[in-house]
Design a protein around this ligand. Structure first.
Ligand code: UTP
Length: 287
């Protein structure tokens, strides 16, 4: 079945990025000159997904504003003859059809996805985390949709990570069943390196079947009162097969200070105008 809808959870508090995220959502912090979530929206649009369900929370209204038309700004740019900027601004609001749902309390990623239940309905859908940036020749979610055409069940983006980093991720145990595709046998949340079943980490892109909603409704909250997606996925695996797809591309956790700086450097160095100047600057500071 074709994937036509994408859910972008963006309701977290972004505590790793405080105080920057006290009033500015981390999803709007810029990577060079575009907010992180705009790169993600562009990824969705390039995959031909028609409708995006944005999960937002308090203080997150500016994300919706960013993707809305801005008549005053557009009039101003028109008056000033800045058609180049006008085009950039207009393209943002035309990218996708956006529906937003409030997650009243950030009760975990599983709970955030559950907020999209009514709007998604009975069809498979994509999930892209609002702070997970993937830089790839073919956008990651498009790679996944191509692979998903030949399968049913769930598909998770996975990536090899250094062993000491397994406590930061959900890690899969899987059997390779195709080119970059693994059949998932087990998922362990944040295992110590010695206990990790592999070094294949689950990254913020998923294609999920609608059965996940009923499952998430019944998942017990964890110790912190959060409904974890991984718990739901483990349950889902009893009903349908789950696969991991080792995508091609570089991933940055833009919700983490180091990941955010790395993304800015990487995108900055490739920026047609800024790249050469930034390279020169970096050469001098390393001296
Ligand atoms: P994170 O765990 O990275 O977000 O969730 P967070 O809770 O904002 O981060 P820290 O640890 O406090 O810095 C991954 C994605 O899921 C969303 C977040 O907004 C982020 O895009 N999320 C998380 C929700 O939408 N709701 C939640 O309850 C939790």
């Amino acid at each position: 079945m074709k994937v036509k809808k994408a859910v972008i959870p963006a309701a977290g508090f972004g505590t790793r990025f405080l105080p920057a995220t006290k009033v500015v959502p981390k999803e709007l912090l810029p990577i060079v000159d575009k907010p992180t979530i705009q790169y993600i929206m562009e990824e969705v649009a390039s995959a031909g997904i028609e409708e995006v369900i944005l999960i937002t929370g308090r203080e997150k209204g500016s994300i919706e504003d960013h993707f809305d038309t801005s008549t005053e700004l557009e009039n101003h740019l028109r008056k000033k003859g800045r058609n180049d900027l006008l085009k950039i601004v207009q393209e943002i609001s035309e990218m996708v059809t956006l529906v937003s749902v409030r997650q009243k309390e950030p009760l975990g990623l599983g709970h955030a996805i559950l907020c999209a239940k009514k709007i998604v309905g009975q069809e498979p859908f994509a999930v892209l985390l609002g702070d997970d940036l993937i830089d790839a020749k073919v956008p990651c979610i498009r790679q996944m949709m191509e692979v998903y055409q030949e399968m049913e069940g769930g598909l998770l983006a996975i990536q090899k990570v250094p062993k000491p980093e397994t406590p930061l991720y959900g890690i899969i145990k899987g059997k390779k069943v195709g080119d970059r595709v693994y059949s998932v046998e087990e998922m362990v949340e944040k295992p110590e390196p010695g206990k990790a079943p592999s070094n294949l980490a689950i990254i913020g892109r998923y294609i999920l079947p609608p059965q996940i909603f009923d499952i998430l409704e019944n998942v017990q909250p964890d110790r912190r009162g959060e409904i974890q997606l991984t718990d739901g996925l483990r349950e889902l695996r009893r009903e349908v097969p789950i696969y991991g797809y080792e995508f091609l591309g570089d991933r940055y956790d833009a919700g983490d200070k180091l990941g955010y700086l790395q993304a800015n450097l990487s995108f900055g160095l490739r920026h047609p105008e800024l790249g050469p100047k930034l390279k020169k600057y970096l050469k001098n500071i390393t001296l």
